[in-house]
Every structure is written in structure tokens, then in C-alpha cells.
Design a protein around this ligand. Sequence first.
Ligand code: ASP
Ligand code: MG
Length: 454
Amino acid sequence: MKVMKFGGTCMSNNEMMTKVEDVIAREKEEKVILVSAVAGVTDNISGFIESFHSDEEIENYVKELKKLHLKLLPPDEDLTKEATTALDQRFNKLETLLYGVSYTEEITPRTRDLIISMGERLSSIVLATRLRARGLNSSFFNSDELGIITDGVHGNATADLKECERSVGPKIFALSKAGVIPVVTGFFGISPGGHVTTFGRGGTDYSASVLGFACSASVIEIWKDVDGFMTADPKMATDAKQVDKLSYEEAAELAYFGAKVLHPRTVFPAMEKDIPIAVRNVLKPDSAGSMIFKNSTKRKNILKSVSYLRNIATIKVFGTGAGYKTGFLRDISEAMSEADINIYSATTSQTCVAMLIEKSDVKKAQDILEKMLGGYYERLEVTENIALICTVGSGLASTRGIAARVFKVVAANDVNVDLISAGASTVAYHFTIDKKDLQKTIRAIHDEFFPKKS
Ligand code: ASP
Ligand code: MG
């Protein structure tokens, strides 16, 4: 059994959807399909619920969304009748929810998750109907009804893999045995209490991995409209090339530290069962894409890719003798976690704990940490104009001279390095620099480790 996931841009118009159908139609193995919302739809719905609207605005909004989806249905009238009925049900529900939010002028994380899950509920109907028009036996399914069980954390849920395996696996096998190609909504599942919970933006990749685990899939294919992992962002280094093979650890570090190829938590369910993940391009269906599995190959030059994060900040908490005080790190990280702030990375010294956080969390972090000042905690320092660079490759931590080469080219380009983290991962180092130096630093590292002639 194969899991095949198609991202929003693969579902952006008739032409792209035809390519998706082609990829599915030529796949001989049993398969289950996972879909994202049509390109831009989740962004659009999320944006719409940022403010409250009049009845007329809501009516027009839903009308437009409907037009967009109806345009993607195949011409066959018998088939579209069923699809339009199903779509209408979803649109009615969405409209009712939007009225509710605007009348009460209130939106809770629970309601938000339910509303933004609509994009996938719509796109799955469209794709299953198109597959039927191609003569394939396909049906659409909602992942909450199917039993993708989560921990109930709204906006950033984690799946209960064992429960998903127990509840969803047999259903998918039964469908497959009956010759049906299920098209399942990505992005969300259901909490034990029965509430829709999303996996965070871009979460359909993670859904695919969860479904892969549940069905003990042979492979999890993540189909996009671009190549897989690259040696660097091609916008930064124009000669960047696709990375053909990565280990789970390499892919996880790259996804976490900025490569926008995969939702950062995608590899974990797959890794539990040793299921390979293939990141592929619908525009190049004959290319194997980037393969992610347990044993990666080492490159002679060690580095596989260099990624970056732009919207981050450093926050440093100073305290004399902090290094000797038990609980210093615990107190800070507890405070941050209570405020729901993710710490990307942290380094400590005798006098300071330095943390990398999302720039949008700076205000919240300052508020919470300032309350702790006094006693050991003396002062805070925030630096916002930074970027993080992450160099990734198996063997990086155990090969002499790699760090020296990285920092030598960085220094040769007159770039100052502030915070460095090495050792926590055996496949990655990361460090921060002034944001204005981002592109030249990426280029310099890329030129050093991926020389143009090789
Ligand atoms: N539609 C959701 C989003 O845009 C999930 C996904 O695309 O994977 O974030
Ligand atoms: Mg999307």
C-alpha cells in the first residue's frame, strides 16, 4: 500500500489536477490519496476569520469559494450531481460557522480549527470526482470521521499513532480490497473528545506520514510542483541541485530549520516503521525525487544542504553564576512553554541562557521573562535582525575539518557569527548571523561544498 499526498499547488487549476490524475492513474500498487486544500484556500479562510463580517460579505465570500471549486469539477453531469450535493453541504456548514463567529464576535481555537479544515473537505470531493471521471473507482473521506485520532492540541496537534493504526488501518485496507481509491482530507484529525484538531499549517505532509504508519505503507509519496530537497534554496543559490538521498535525521533538521519542503514533524511517524518518504514533483513524474530513509549515504563533501530561517530572534537571559544555579534552565523553559513559545534552540554559559525563538513571539517572551528578573536573573537582551543558517549532512559531527571549512568561508566573507549550536544533532550545525548577510553567507557555503564543476 502506497500513500500519495498532493499539495495545494498540485490542485491549483485544471491543468495541474490533470497531472495529479495522471500520476495516480499510472500507479499500479494499491494506494490511498491524501489531499491539501486547493492552493491558497486555507490562507484565504484563515484571513477571512481574522475579522468579523456582515451577512452579505459572508454570503459573497462563500459564493466565490464555491465558484472556485465548481470550476475544478469535471463536465460529466451525473458525477457532478453527487459532488455538488456534497460540496453544498460543506458550504452550508462553513457559512453557518462564519455567521456564528461574526454574530458572537468571538473565535475560539476549536472553532478556528473546524473552519480552516474546510479547505481539505472541499478539495477531496473535487479530486475523487475527477478520478471517477477518469474511470477510476474513487471516494472521498474526512480524516476526522475516518478516525485520525489526535492529542487534541488545537492548531498544532500530534496524532496518536497506535490509535490511528487500530481505527484507520483496517478501513483503508477494506476499501482497497473493494477496489476503491480513497481520497482522504489531510491537515486534521479528531481529538479523543470529538473535536477537529489541525496539525499546523502545511500539516497534510504530516497526515500522510500518519496514514503511512496506520497502513504500514511501503512508501509515503509527497507530491509537489517543485523538486524535493535542494542543496540550498534556489532563490539564494541559483546553481542549487536536488538532493537525491537523505536520512530521516537530515530531512528532519532541514525541515525544522527552514527548508519549506516538508512539515517539520513529517518524518517521525514514518521513521517509527522505517517507511521511506519520497518527495516528488508532478511536473517531472519520471524523476524519483528526494528519497528519505533510515540509512543515508555520505557525500564526499559531507554537507547535503544548507537551509535558513529568517523570522527569528535571539533572546538572552543574563545572571551571574547562572551556570551553577540548579533550575535556571528549567525555570526559563517552563515559563516559555506556559506562554506557548517554541524555543528553536538554546545554548548556555556560566552567565547566560541564549534562546532562538520566532520573531513574532518576542513580545510575549519579553513580558514573561521580565517578570522573572530579580535574584539570579539580571537582565534580558533581544536581537531581532538575525537569520539562522543550518548546515546538514550525515557525518558532519564526526568528520574532521567540516566546521572549520564552514566558518572559514563565512569569515572570509566578512560575516560575523553570533550564536553557534553544534553537538545536539550529529547531522547538523546551526548558527546565527546578521540578516543582511544571509544571501552572501548561503552562497559562500554552497560554493565551498557544492563547487559548480562537481
Ligand atoms: N491546507 C493546509 C495549509 O495550507 C494544510 C496543507 O496544505 O498541508 O496549511
Ligand atoms: Mg496548503
